[in-house]
Design a protein around this ligand. Structure first.
Ligand SMILES: [Fe+2]
Ligand SMILES: [Fe+2]
Length: 196
């Protein structure tokens, strides 16, 4: 299922390719937050037994991505700067409903959309980097192409996890409502050298 209602604007990729170091630093923060978010869900919703092991495995995978990006950064002499925050994700999180189970479903579905957007953009980056003039940038292409596929898998995982809590039809409805907010939040962001 393709959850994203609109594609990333064409202006984003050239902006990102013009400052690969900034993209790498932001990407590292994204992977770190994805791992922390998965473990945060385990901390708060450990009583939803069916979610625990998949979320721990996800956290391990995101942490591995974080380590890989930090390694690439360090090879280029880049430092993990202060995390400037992510207004796009913050906007989406404001949509999460308040009842405990409903909030969990929304957090899973918001995460699924963030993963889908990340997958789209990492794929764009992979293709863009493959054509880069700088050999060090071009060498990153396979890494990003691989990650794009993995993050698309995370999108599907989060939707499956939401279905363990709410009936499939309710999940589809809620996902399409949140996808509209995602599209608004995405276009509200000026194109910058960051993942989202
Ligand atoms: Fe990741
Ligand atoms: Fe992910």
């Amino acid at each position: 299922m393709q959850p994203l209602l609109i594609p990333t604007p064409a202006t984003w990729l050239p902006t990102a390719l013009a400052d690969v170091p900034a993209v790498l630093i932001d990407h590292a923060h994204c992977e770190k937050k994805a791992a922390a978010h998965a473990m945060g869900l385990v901390s708060q919703y450990g009583d939803y037994t069916a979610l625990v092991l998949p979320l721990v495995a996800l956290a391990q995978e995101e942490l591995r991505h974080f380590r890989q990006v930090v390694k690439i950064m360090q090879a280029r002499g880049l430092t993990l700067s202060q995390d400037a925050g992510d207004p796009y994700v913050q906007r989406l999180m404001r949509e999460a409903r308040h009842g405990r189970a409903q909030r969990l479903v929304d957090r899973l579905l918001i995460a699924s959309l963030v993963e889908a957007r990340s997958a789209e953009r990492l794929g764009l980056l992979g293709d863009g980097l493959a054509a880069a003039n700088d050999p060090a940038d071009a060498a990153l292409a396979p890494f990003y192409q691989r990650l794009a596929k993995t993050e698309a898998g995370h999108h599907r995982l989060f939707v499956r996890l939401a279905r363990r809590i709410e009936p499939a039809a309710a999940v589809v409805l809620r996902l399409s409502a949140l996808a509209e907010v995602e599209a608004e939040a995405m276009v509200a962001q000026p194109p910058e050298a960051r993942i989202h």
